[in-house]
Design a protein around this ligand. Sequence first.
Ligand code: ZN
Ligand code: ZN
Length: 123
Amino acid sequence: MQSKPSDLAPAPTEIELKSAQQELAVQWSDNHQSSYSLRYLRGFCPCAECQGHDLGDWTFIESPDDIGVQTIEPVGNYAVSIRFSDEHATGIYSWEVLRELCPCEACQSLHGDEHAMKHYPTH
Ligand SMILES: [Zn+2]
Ligand SMILES: [Zn+2]
């Protein structure tokens, strides 16, 4: 018996851009909820230009404080591509990456020192 990938990994059931709050909210198929600030999402853009080829060793990329999102486009049924207001548009955020980036405390403790929040400069 083979199970589909969607049976194994959680996928978003809803992705909502809250421009006024500069936030992206994601509802997951396993009832988890994630809320990302756009500065955080832009900062950990998973494209090769931003992160090199070693995903998981997170590098924070600075962007304007008022960074926004211009478009969010689905990529197949496994990811979204996000175009930010600084014209950066090469980031493909797979469900796996989005889930790994979830800044909630449960996800932080799941990933420990490897979680992106550990590399997120607060100011
Ligand atoms: Zn990037
Ligand atoms: Zn989480």
